[in-house]
Design a protein. Sequence first.
Length: 219
Amino acid sequence: MSMKLYFAPGACSFVPHTLLETTGEPFEPVLVKLHKGENQTPEYKAINARGQVPVLVDGKEVITQIVAIVSYLDDRFPQCKFLPRESLARTRVLETLAWMNNTVHTTFTHVFMPNKFVGSEQAQAEIKVFNAAHYASLLGEIEAMAASAAAQSRPYLGGAQFGPLDAYALTLLRWGGFAGHDPQRCPALLAHVQKIATLPAVARAIERERLQLNVYKPA
């Protein structure tokens, strides 16, 4: 029985999407249209009561949350080395992955969906502007990671193998365009993302999700 991934185009589910493509093993991608509320239907909430993506289904096991799914896929496909084998290096990658997920991602959510956090339109506008500015500094941290990797001739952010940090970095830089940030301001990160996008597994995920890497539009 193949695994099943519930994903939404352009969402953080892009991370496990690319990892599954990298394994070369068959899996069933299931598109969830968030803009149409498909994640809030009774059918979907029977799978994930929180109504979020991604969801990975492997037989009878249902796994949610990026860090948990990445850890599961790394254990399931050790030959891919999505996470480093050495203990401290693995810890550092998980540390960065958790930060991307719980800090950078949530900052963008305040930009993209401020209505989730406050009711009035004025407050939503203030939250959006504040967090869009903050998002630039967070992208700056990822830019520094990409520059450091390039300076040390490390092909990927997590080490010698493609992994979740690379896929999430691509996603977060892309989201920056929606927050009003020109990716050209992060040259090392942009170069890394462009390189990652040419990997066959990543290219397949991009094609399936019909993603445009640079969504930035000058004001």
